[in-house]
Design a protein around this ligand. Structure first.
Ligand SMILES: [Zn+2]
Length: 85
């Protein structure tokens, strides 16, 4: 089902995040989320955080020949990905 954005009348593209289907506006980035999907999204958020901490890599040994670390691009929250791309 295609939704029209209530804010800018843009087309809201369907996106699936975990088990939850949302709609995101291509124009203004607004997100439509059904009430029932909010619980699923919170669950997905919690799963995501558990996964993140489980996969934390050990720090490498630091030596003077190492290049400086680049900027770390990491989402603070799983739901943040809803508003990207
Ligand atoms: Zn919009």
């Amino acid at each position: 089902m295609e939704l029209t954005c209530p804010q800018c009348q843009g087309v809201m593209a369907e996106r699936t995040l975990g088990h939850v289907t949302t709609h995101r506006c291509d124009g203004c980035g607004g997100v439509f989320l059904a009430r029932a999907d909010l619980g699923g999204l919170v669950e997905a958020e919690n799963d995501w955080h558990a996964h993140q901490s489980a996969n934390t890599a050990a720090l490498p040994r630091i030596s003077s020949s190492m290049p400086p670390p680049g900027p770390v691009e990491r989402s603070r929250a799983y739901v943040e990905t809803l508003f990207k791309g």
